[in-house]
Design a protein around this ligand. Structure first.
Ligand code: FES
Length: 542
């Protein structure tokens, strides 16, 4: 098996009998209205991948992990001349990915969680996560006696032990180590708060992948699904912040080397165009340029200059009829409200306005399903959302989905108190039609009251086994600081000494400390977690 790296989460895996192309993101316009660009630049690889997919000597498969534009490059896939390849995709409740691919006249296999697709000499196996707010999947390529597990952005860390025991040994493993979300990036925080939140999130993610490595124990870990590059003049500063949620591979590797002192996996940072020979573990260095940390800023400035044309249109003056844009925004938010079954749970008001019309603010009250216009934000528990009219039109005119718009980072949010509310978050980031299934997912997770016993040092606690966020199995989590139970998926923390209350919001595991001399009831789960090593303090320099 040979694994060619395409940049970001993209690979061309060549086995003796098949070619598998995973998440090829190579279009020059990047993703999310060009707010995300490939890092490093990889557009020159598009003809090579096209050639692989048009070469009929072996069966060819294209795996698309989920709908986000940095994984599902529609323009590139539509440009493949021969349509006799097979697209292998996860079967989500939302059928968009399957429908869009079918419309391009290729064969599509939509896989349920754990389903296998035979290929010559082995199979592909998909792991699917479809939790209302998040849709994603991971891919196992197993052929010719070798195995490559590509998790990309899919947060199934609580299932990795089981996957490794079913499918192991895993030769090559890769998982996202860098952030890809608008919190705290697009929130109004002081520089100190912003740095502290970013630091917590960055190290939390590093720790989750370190633990994934301990579960999977691959021969090689490949750095992929790292940060995007931000070349829009309005976003370019994000590349150079001293602390944010977008660390590059060298910083992550420095963490791993300190955190996992007995680490036996080789850590490899390929560049787009490099090729890994799995049998020998050798990386063939074929890329014509390598990202040099010393000259990173110079690289990004040069890249931005080459891509300047993508952003020229963004300097246009705002649309003339701003009140009409605000009216459309109000209509859209009202429509979303009508589909949000759990709106009575949102206890804060949402204020939304156009940057160019700051004196006309929409105040959304969730339980009463009302939107009124006010002249200013009131001092009360609140969420705020501010957007340029032209950017709002992108989503109101359906050129982007709401999720794509939020991933474009072209807006500002704030919240007081600073608490995450999954219902409000879903209201903002999802399409109206997806809100009922989000609410249903939340209800399903809440209905599962199975209890487990967690050991934290010498103390034992009975807790809800499944995370109230998206249902991860908390017995696969870990304990930090002697009392904080950490969820393995998105790393919410639950304070066992405060009845299992979440440190980010008011959700709870209803933790009860058990007397020292009482054994867990039969049927409960006992997970003894060693006291973990404290998170390693690293300098920001790698
Ligand atoms: S499932 Fe998201 S934090 Fe637990």
């Amino acid at each position: 098996m040979q694994i060619g790296y395409l940049g970001h989460a993209g690979f061309v895996v060549e086995t003796e009998g098949a070619v598998v192309v995973a998440d090829p993101w190579v279009s020059r316009h990047g993703a999310f209205g060009s707010s995300w660009m490939q890092l490093p630049q990889n557009h020159h690889l598009a003809p090579l991948v096209r050639q692989k997919l048009e070469d009929p000597r072996k069966p060819r498969f294209v795996y698309v992990s989920h709908e986000h534009g940095d994984h599902f490059d529609r323009d590139f896939l539509a440009s493949i001349g021969r349509r006799d390849f097979t697209a292998v995709v996860p079967r989500f409740r939302r059928p968009e990915l399957v429908e869009r691919l079918r419309a391009t006249r290729c064969r599509v296999i939509a896989c349920a969680d754990g389903e296998k697709v035979p290929i010559p000499g082995g199979y592909l196996r998909l792991y699917v996560q479809d939790a209302g707010l998040n849709r994603d999947s991971g891919l196992l390529v197993k052929a010719d006696g070798q195995a490559f597990l590509n998790l990309n952005d899919c947060k199934i860390h609580d299932r990795l032990g089981q996957i490794a025991s079913e499918e192991g040994p895993i030769d090559v493993f890769t998982a996202q180590f860098s952030g890809a979300i608008w919190h705290p990036t697009c929130y109004e925080y002081s520089p100190k708060q912003y740095a502290a939140i970013s630091r917590r999130k960055m190290f939390g993610k590093f720790e989750a992948v370190a633990r994934a490595l301990e579960s999977v124990r691959p021969r090689l870990f490949l750095a992929s699904a790292g940060p995007a590059c931000f070349l829009d003049p309005a976003l370019v500063h994000l590349n150079f912040e001293e602390m944010n949620i977008f660390p590059r591979a060298q910083k992550f590797f420095a963490y791993l080397r300190k955190r996992l002192s007995g680490l036996t996996s080789a850590l490899v940072e390929p560049m787009p165009g490099d090729m890994l020979d799995v049998a020998s573990g050798k990386l063939m260095v074929l890329a014509s340029e390598r990202l040099d940390e010393e000259r990173f800023e110079q690289y990004v400035r040069g890249y931005a200059a080459r891509m300047e044309d993508l952003f020229q249109g963004r300097r246009a003056p705002p649309p003339a009829d701003l009140p009409a844009v605000l009216d459309r925004l109000r209509e859209e938010l009202l429509h979303k409200l009508s589909r949000l079954d759990l709106r009575e749970r949102v206890g804060v008001a949402l204020y939304a306005w156009l940057e160019e019309l700051p004196e006309r603010v929409l105040r959304i009250e969730f339980p009463s399903q009302r939107i009124e216009e006010v002249s200013a934000v009131r001092d009360e528990p609140r969420y705020t959302f501010k957007v340029r009219a032209a950017d709002a039109l992108e989503v109101l005119e359906r050129k982007m989905t709401w999720e794509e718009f939020f991933l474009s980072f072209r807006f500002r949010l704030s919240r007081s108190p600073d608490e995450y509310d999954p219902v409000l978050h879903g209201f903002l980031a999802l399409e109206a039609d997806d809100l009922p299934s989000l609410c249903e997912s939340i209800r399903q997770v809440e209905a599962n009251k199975e209890r487990a016993v967690i050991a934290a040092g010498s103390a034992r606690y009975a807790v809800h086994r499944y995370c109230p966020h998206q249902g991860a199995d908390l017995t696969e989590g870990w304990v930090e600081g002697g009392h904080l139970l950490v969820c393995p998926r998105h790393r919410w923390q639950f304070d066992l000494e405060k009845q299992g209350r979440c440190t980010l919001n008011n959700s709870s595991l209803c933790a009860e400390r058990l007397p020292d001399n009482v054994e867990p009831l039969p049927g409960t789960v006992r997970k003894v977690e060693d006291e973990p090593q404290p998170l390693v303090a690293l300098n920001t320099a790698s």
